[in-house]
Design a protein around this ligand. Structure first.
Ligand SMILES: C[S@@+](CC[C@H](N)C(=O)[O-])C[C@H]1O[C@@H](n2cnc3c(N)ncnc32)[C@H](O)[C@@H]1O
Length: 270
C-alpha cells in the first residue's frame, strides 16, 4: 500500500472528543443511527459499484467503511484511515485495509480512488482547505468526493426559539460546548464554504444537501459529548449544577443537532 503514517499524530492533542473513553461506543452508535443511512444514499446516488477503490478518512467506528467494503465486493478495495484506529483494528474484511494516518500530513496515493468520503473530520482540522487539495490529488479523474460536516451557523441553538428555562439552559450548554470545540481550532462554519471551494477547484456536479436531526439518537450523542468533555466545560465556566440539570432533563428536550451539510462533487479530467 502506498500510504505511510507519521509516528506522532499531529492533530490528536487538539481533538476534544478523542476515540478513548467510556462514552465513545455511545457516540459511534448515535452517529451511525443518525447519519449512516443518508451517507449511504449519497453513495448510491453517485453509483457506487463493485470494483471501486474507496478511501474513508477519519473512519471512527468503521461503520461506513464496512458498508463500502460490502458494496465494492471482492474486486474492489476500501482503505479506512484514522489518527486512532483502535475501533477499526477489530474489523476483519478481506477487501478492507485499515491504516493509522494523519490526513493533514501523511502521504496519500495519487490518482487512486473512485470515491473518497470524509464525515465530521475536516471542520476540526487546522487547514481543511489544504486537506481537500490532498484528497483531490488522490482522486482519479471522474472520481467522487463526498464531504459531510456540521455547520452551526444555520441554527440558533440546540432548541431554537427557546421558551422554557430548560430550553434556555440547553442552548447555553450547547453554546459552551461549541466554544470549547472552536477553542481547539475547529471552524464550525466551514461546511457552508464547501460548495464554493469545490467549484473553485474545477469540480463539476457539486450537489449540496442539509439536514437536521432530532430524537433519541441526538440525545444519546449530546450525553456522550458532554460527559466526555465535562471537566473542560466546567473549567470554561459551565457550572456542574447546570450541566447535571441539563443531562437530567435530556429525555424531555426536543434537541436538534447542527445542520449536517453533505456535499457530493465529481472530479473532472483537466
Ligand atoms: C467525530 S469522529 C467522526 C467519525 C466518522 N467519520 C463518523 O462520521 O462516524 C472524527 C474522527 O476523525 C478522526 N480524526 C481526527 N483528526 C484526524 C486526522 N488529522 N487524520 C485522520 N483522522 C482524524 C478522529 O480520530 C475520529 O475518529
Amino acid at each position: 500500500m502506498t500510504m505511510t503514517s507519521s509516528p506522532s499524530a499531529s492533530s490528536a492533542g487538539g481533538y476534544l472528543l478523542d476515540n478513548a473513553g467510556d462514552q465513545v461506543p455511545d457516540r459511534w452508535d448515535a452517529l451511525s443511527r443518525l447519519y449512516d443511512e443518508p451517507t449511504f444514499r449519497r453513495f448510491q446516488e453517485v453509483g457506487i459499484r463493485p470494483g471501486w477503490r474507496c478511501l474513508e478518512v477519519g473512519a471512527g467506528s468503521g461503520s461506513v467503511a464496512c458498508w463500502l467494503a460490502e458494496r465494492v465486493g471482492p474486486a474492489g478495495r476500501v482503505t479506512a484511515t484514522d489518527l486512532d484506529t483502535r475501533w477499526l483494528d477489530r474489523l476483519q474484511l478481506p477487501n478492507l485495509t485499515v491504516a493509522r494516518h494523519d490526513i493533514t500530513c501523511d502521504r496519500l496515493p495519487v490518482l487512486r480512488y473512485d470515491l473518497i468520503h470524509c464525515r465530521l473530520v475536516l471542520s476540526h482540522l487546522p487547514n481543511p482547505e489544504a486537506v481537500i487539495d490532498r484528497l483531490i490529488r488522490s482522486l482519479r479523474p471522474r472520481g467522487w468526493l463526498v464531504l459531510e460536516e456540521f455547520d452551526t451557523g444555520c441554527l440558533d441553538g440546540a432548541c431554537p426559539r427557546p421558551r422554557t428555562e430548560r430550553e434556555h439552559r440547553a442552548n447555553r450548554i450547547r453554546e459552551a460546548f461549541t466554544r470549547l470545540i472552536e477553542k481547539r481550532g475547529a471552524d464550525l462554519g466551514f461546511a457552508s464554504r464547501l460548495p464554493v471551494l469545490l467549484t473553485d477547484r474545477g469540480f463539476q456536479a457539486v450537489e449540496v444537501r442539509g439536514s437536521y436531526e432530532s430524537g433519541p439518537s441526538v440525545r444519546l450523542l449530546e450525553r456522550a459529548n458532554l460527559e466526555q468533555s465535562r471537566a473542560e466545560l466546567i473549567e470554561n465556566g459551565v457550572t456542574p449544577a447546570d450541566l447535571d440539570a441539563h443531562l437530567d432533563q435530556l429525555p424531555r428536550l426536543p434537541l436538534l443537532m447542527p445542520m449536517m451539510i453533505s456535499v457530493v462533487a465529481r472530479k473532472w479530467p483537466s
